[in-house]
Design a protein around this ligand. Sequence first.
Ligand code: UDP
Length: 477
Amino acid sequence: METPLKIYFLPFFAQGHQIPMVQLARLIASRGQHITILTTSGNAQLFQKTIDDDIASGHHIRLHLLKFPGTQLGLPEGVENLVSATNNITAGKIHMAAHFIQPQVESVLKESPPDVFIPDIIFTWSKDMSKRLQIPRLVFNPISIFDVCMIQAIKAHPEAFLSDSGPYQIPGLPHPLTLPVKPSPGFAVLTESLLEGEDDSHGVIVNSFAELDAEYTQYYEKLTGRKVWHVGPSSLMVEQIVKKPAIVSEIRNECLTWLDSKERDSVLYICFGSLVLLSDKQLYELANGLDASGHSFIWVVHRKKKEGQEEEEEEKWLPEGFEEKIEREKRGMLIKGWAPQPLILNHPAVGGFLTHCGWNAVVEAISAGVPMVTMPGFSDQYFNEKLITEVHGFGVEVGAAEWSISPYEGKKTVLSGERIEKAVKRLMDKGNEGEKIRKKAKEMQDKAWRAVQEGGSSHNNLTALIDHLKALFPLST
Ligand code: UDP
């Protein structure tokens, strides 16, 4: 019998990073390897239940708790994940914590060295540490390879951005792509340090499937000489190993019951991920756009309450009587909290997703065969919009008027309700354009589903990845 590999995972403290990485860890455990997830207690709470279920099913997966270095950074007790941040200062401290945690990780790895260490790419210090401890490292990148190619092309072609106004043509990529706005200089600095994190890694793992960005993977592998491991959509892959139905919560019941009363493909789902906070003015315009579109919707609102704000002022960001109207007309539902996104997307009544284009949101929408209306929030999300609309055509663009590297500040330029209404109607109105886009989304969903079945590309990649890691340890087989 083969000796299982001992693999340590280190997810970053943000839902968009942690969710796919924990799914990846669970997938590898389901193939008989021994997994330890290094995390903090506040983060563990967000996924402990699924790990307990996997353990009960006989998988070797456990958590090793680290102490979140929040006190020394002045963070309040319990703030251990970007999902709790509403401003750049708190977010900056959580990013600092990702550096401060290094000594704890190093001492765990020294005490009981794993065969392989899989950190989030954001832990850039893991490169030197792994070299020092002589532990093979393979990074997980929570964004797409398409995004990385865009970043590389932008870096290689500064001349493409000389003009003061867009659209900007991006040269050198497999498709002729344009960006509506210029990436800010801060973005280049941020991505530079991230891409350095890939050096020395045994390739890079992404939550995607080969059929989604094949030409870009070739481009990337040729450029960097590094192997890409597409092991996704991870949410679809874990569904195959989870035997029990998802946990039933009140909010799940409420919105799924509401959706049950709606016609197939008739509801637009709106969510801007776990981080983006739109300005009150933008929320107001969005509400007007949704109302004017005439379509039904479920809107997940994560809103920053201003300091000192009185309770009665709270709802002023909505047009007068908006909530009463949508309730009276049974046309809309607001979720002011954490929504069961994958469940909503997979409901047959959901026919469109107005998204901030976070990479997980994109992959989840593809997995559910739901076409998108794109309104990028920050960073790589501007690139994902291009993959959705210009490369594959399974979405309609609202676009953006300015580049933002922060999800918290709200953009200065507000996109009008009319602009949003127009994009929503292009997709959701019955007619040729919407049908064509929907068909493309279903075709890509079909490819995603095939990728995760036995013999499919992601299923095979997972096997190949484990074989590759085992080959690093000839004595263990
Ligand atoms: N998510 C969710 N409910 C919410 C908001 C987000 O389940 O109310 C999940 C979503 O399904 C995705 C992750 O949180 O898996 C967000 O990751 P993404 O890359 O889409 O965006 P980010 O939050 O990193 O901007």
